[in-house]
Design a protein around this ligand. Structure first.
Ligand code: HEC
Ligand code: HEC
Length: 296
C-alpha cells in the first residue's frame, strides 16, 4: 500500500476511536438545567408516568471503555493501522504457510508411503482412494465435476474413453505436466461451408449416424487428406496428441452437426493445467490412483 493510503487509513481509524471516546464522555456529562441522578426530569406521560434521570449502569459504561482499550491493544499487536505490522508481526500468508508446513509434517510420511505403492494397487486401497477423492474435490472438481464426469470441454474421467490414454502412467502424466490439445481451425483449408459440411457428414458417419451418401463420400476424401494425420485414417484418434476418437459416441464438445462444425471451423485448444509444482509428486500419485479407480 502506498504511504498516502496507509496514512489515510491510520488517520481514519484513530479518529474513529477517539471519536467514540469523545462520544461516551459527551453523552455521560451532566448538562446545565438537567435533573440530577435519580431525580424526576419533568417529562410526564399518560397522566402520571414520570421519567427519572437514571443513568446507565456503571458496568455498562465501563464495557464501552474496555472495548476502546481493547482496540488500542489489538492495533498495537496486530496489523490494522495501514502499513503498520503490529508487534506480533502476524500476516495472513504467514499463518497459511505455517498451517501448510504443519500439515506437510503431519501428512508427509503418509503421502510418502502411498507414493511408494504402485497406482494399480492404490486404486484398490479404500483409505488411499478416500484421500484421493478429497484431493479431487478440492483441486479438480471445478473443471471435471465432483463426480469426475466432466462437462463440455472438460473430459469425463470416469469412463474408458481417454484423450491421452488411461494407463496409470498417462493419467499421472496428465496431472503432473498438464495437457494442451491443439485442434487447428480448418474452416479456410476446407474451402468454406460446403467443404466443412461434407467433413461434418463424414465425421458423423464415423459413429454410425445416417448421413447424405454423396456428401459423406466427398468428406471422406477431405478427411483423409487433412485430418488423418492427427485423428488417424480410421478416425480413432491419437493419444500422443490428444486427438479425440471420432468413431465413438463420446464427444468432448458435442456431437451435433452444429457443434462439430464449430470445432472444425474455429479449432479448439483444451488446456489441462500442470499440477506438479502446485501439488507435488505424492499428491498427484494419489490423485492418479483415484482417477484410475473410477474407470476400473
Ligand atoms: C494437428 C492435429 C489435428 C488435426 C490436423 C485435426 N485435428 Fe481435430 N482434434 C485434434 C485435437 C488435439 C483435438 C482435441 C482438442 C482438445 O482437446 O481441445 C481435436 C478435436 C476434434 C473434434 C472434437 C471431438 C470431440 O470429442 O468433441 C473434432 C470433431 C475434430 N477434431 C475433427 C477434425 C477434423 C474433421 C479435422 C480435419 C478437417 C481435424 N479434426 C483435424 C487434433 C487435430
Ligand atoms: C482449469 C480446469 C481444470 C482443472 C482444475 C483440472 N483439469 Fe484436468 N483437464 C482439463 C481439460 C480442459 C482437459 C482436456 C485437455 C484437452 O482438451 O486436451 C483435462 C484433462 C485431464 C486428464 C486427461 C483426460 C483424458 O481423457 O486423457 C486427466 C487425467 C485430468 N485432466 C485429471 C485432472 C485432475 C486429477 C485434476 C486435479 C488435480 C484436474 N484434471 C484439474 C481441465 C482441468
Amino acid at each position: 500500500m502506498s504511504s498516502f493510503w496507509s496514512n489515510y487509513i491510520i488517520i481514519l481509524t484513530v479518529l474513529n476511536i477517539v471519536g467514540c471516546l469523545w462520544l461516551i464522555k459527551w453523552a455521560s456529562k451532566k448538562r446545565k438545567g438537567e435533573a440530577s441522578e435519580g431525580e424526576v426530569t419533568g417529562h410526564v406521560w399518560d397522566g402520571n408516568l414520570e421519567e427519572l434521570n437514571n443513568p446507565m449502569p456503571r458496568w455498562w459504561l465501563w464495557l464501552f471503555y474496555i472495548t476502546i482499550i481493547f482496540s488500542a491493544f489489538y492495533l498495537w499487536l496486530y496489523p490494522g493501522l495501514g502499513n503498520v505490522e503490529g508487534a506480533f508481526k502476524w500476516t495472513q500468508v504467514g499463518q497459511y504457510e505455517d498451517e501448510v508446513a504443519q500439515a506437510d509434517k503431519q501428512y508427509g510420511p503418509l503421502f510418502a508411503k502411498y507414493a511408494a505403492t504402485p497406482i494399480t494397487e492404490l486404486a484398490k486401497d479404500k483409505k488411499a482412494k478416500a484421500i484421493g477423492q478429497r484431493l479431487f474435490l478440492t483441486y479438480c472438481s471445478t473443471c471435471h465435476g465432483s463426480d469426475a464426469k466432466g462437462a463440455p470441454g472438460f473430459p469425463n474421467l470416469a469412463d474408458k474413453d481417454w484423450l491421452y490414454g488411461g494407463s496409470p502412467e498417462s493419467i499421472k502424466e496428465s496431472i503432473l505436466n498438464g495437457r494442451s490439445g491443439v485442434m487447428p481451425a480448418m474452416g479456410a483449408a476446407l474451402g468454406g461451408d460446403k467443404g466443412i459440411d461434407e467433413v461434418v457428414s463424414y465425421v458423423q458417419s464415423l459413429s454410425g449416424r445416417k448421413t447424405d451418401a454423396a456428401e459423406t463420400k466427398a468428406g471422406k476424401a477431405k478427411f483423409e487428406m487433412m485430418c488423418a494425420a492427427c485423428h488417424q485414417k480410421s478416425g480413432e484418434g491419437n493419444t500422443t496428441l490428444g486427438a479425440a476418437n471420432l468413431t465413438d459416441t463420446i464427444w468432448l464438445y458435442g456431437g451435433s452437426a452444429g457443434a462439430i462444425k464449430k470445432v472444425i471451423t474455429e479449432g479448439r485448444n483444451g488446456q489441462m493445467p500442470a499440477h506438479k509444482n502446485f501439488l507435488g509428486e505424492d499428491k498427484s500419485h494419489l490423485l492418479a490412483a483415484y482417477v484410475y479407480s473410477l474407470s476400473q
